[in-house]
Design a protein around this ligand. Sequence first.
Ligand SMILES: *[C@@H]1O[C@H](CO)[C@@H](O)[C@H](O)[C@H]1NC(C)=O
Ligand SMILES: *[C@@H]1O[C@H](CO)[C@@H](O)[C@H](O)[C@H]1NC(C)=O
Ligand SMILES: *[C@@H]1O[C@H](CO)[C@@H](O)[C@H](O)[C@H]1NC(C)=O
Length: 499
Amino acid sequence: MAEVKLLSFWLVCLLAIPFNLSRSLAPSSTTFLDVASSLRQARNVLSLEPTTAPFNQQEEDGEETQQRTSSIVLQLHPRASIGKPKHRQHSDYRSLTLARLARDTARVKSLVSRLDLAVNRISKTDLKPVDLKIEKQQQYKYEYGVQGIQGPVVSGTSQGSGEYFSRVGIGNPPTQLYMVIDTGSDVNWVQCSPCADCYQQADPIFEPASSSSFSPLTCDTNQCRSLDVSECHNGTCLYEVSYGDGSYTIGDLVTETVTIGSAKIDNVAIGCGHNNEGLFIGAAGLLGLGGGSLSFPSQLNATSFSYCLVDRDSDSVSTLEFESSLPPNAVTAPLLRNPQIDTFLYIGMTGLSIGGDLLPLSESLFRLDGSGNGGIIVDSGTAVTRLQTDVYNSLRDAFAKGMRDLPRAGGFALFDTCYDLSTKSSVEVPTVSFHFGEGKDLPLPAKNYMIPIDSNGTFCLAFAPTSSTLSIIGNVQQQGTRVGFDLASSVIGFVPYKC
Ligand SMILES: *[C@@H]1O[C@H](CO)[C@@H](O)[C@H](O)[C@H]1NC(C)=O
Ligand SMILES: *[C@@H]1O[C@H](CO)[C@@H](O)[C@H](O)[C@H]1NC(C)=O
Ligand SMILES: *[C@@H]1O[C@H](CO)[C@@H](O)[C@H](O)[C@H]1NC(C)=O
């Protein structure tokens, strides 16, 4: 009996020691920012040669990916490494940054307006296109308005959205296409011939006639009924997805074979978009990774997926994986759902710390409430993390205090906390950590929140305030971290330095 007691005593001690150690040692209060390396990359990105055929099927089957648990693995490329279009138009990093931030503002606006539509319980019938004109030769032109809710359709920004792309095979035989991956939406789609209006993309436009697996869906199918906006034309299902900022895609909802890596998935509902406008320039379409029933993970019946977003100024490659379980060392947080909108993937966050000190903020500022307001989503498509104004101000003030010796620079676009680091090669900055309750926290690498905005040494704190109640963890903060969504157990996990 005594021995058992002694044993349990030691067991308790053994368990307690590492816990106490990690308590007192982490999070460390400062982190080093490698200024020189960030600047080198910023200077490099403008001269990156777009790879014409970066997707190498053989790599997929390489040893590295075989170690993984997942059977469905896709390569993931940052925008900088594909297509010629946009980077060439920027002569300097400052103008590239401005374009990225303009795109990011449009992105956030579109997420917020979709949430507002859902929270205000606009019924699907209110969302019908009010004036649908199908012109001859199946050229679709919608004049679209949502009664009283949405203003006139404005032209989307011409910058192109989405920082991360995967190469996906559509049809049989598969046509390899660059698709934006997007955790903020559900409907998968590609630009589709014949085009009434297609924007510029790196690949040829998808040609349904050359695919034997192309099959239009009828209006009475579950897939068609799951659309927010649909229209029946001659028995077949037309879809429309409007991203709220003027960008949209309209066309036929069809089923197609989707090939990723060595996996072939038949009968995936995708949009064959004949009329597309807006933010997605460069990509042939979009792979929706949201929580709704039409998203790619939902259609795969995936119990989990994960991605790793490499540094967006690099041309490295990482992966998007399905059925990929979280490793035991992942920092985990609850995956929450909004009863008003099933698309967004919310994270149960409880607080933020700067320099090891928890900001004095009520947890309610991070909470998703029963009416669908508040809360924080993890988004692959938003760049800069948005926080409610009070939260942002508290973070910024604590951060600036911790940076006291470093020379300030003027604000830039949505950033108000910038520094001139042109004479430094490395600086010590306060550590920024996300907290998820139960003592779990995720310290961010310094380069995930101090980012260069030009190529001669101005760096800004890459967080921004939002007037919406919706907060968003953006991809700048996720760089270099494997982010896993365990859909079956409702857990989000982060594994830093694991691309
Ligand atoms: C409607 O569908 C029928 C049968 O599929 C087809 O023959 C006809 O051309 C279609 N009409 C229009 C206007 O597309
Ligand atoms: C997913 O589950 C549904 C319903 O059980 C089934 O019809 C469908 O074939 C499954 N899809 C895949 C890719 O396994
Ligand atoms: C940074 O570079 C730009 C030109 O690219 C120049 O106009 C500006 O003065 C530089 N700023 C600093 C702080 O050196």
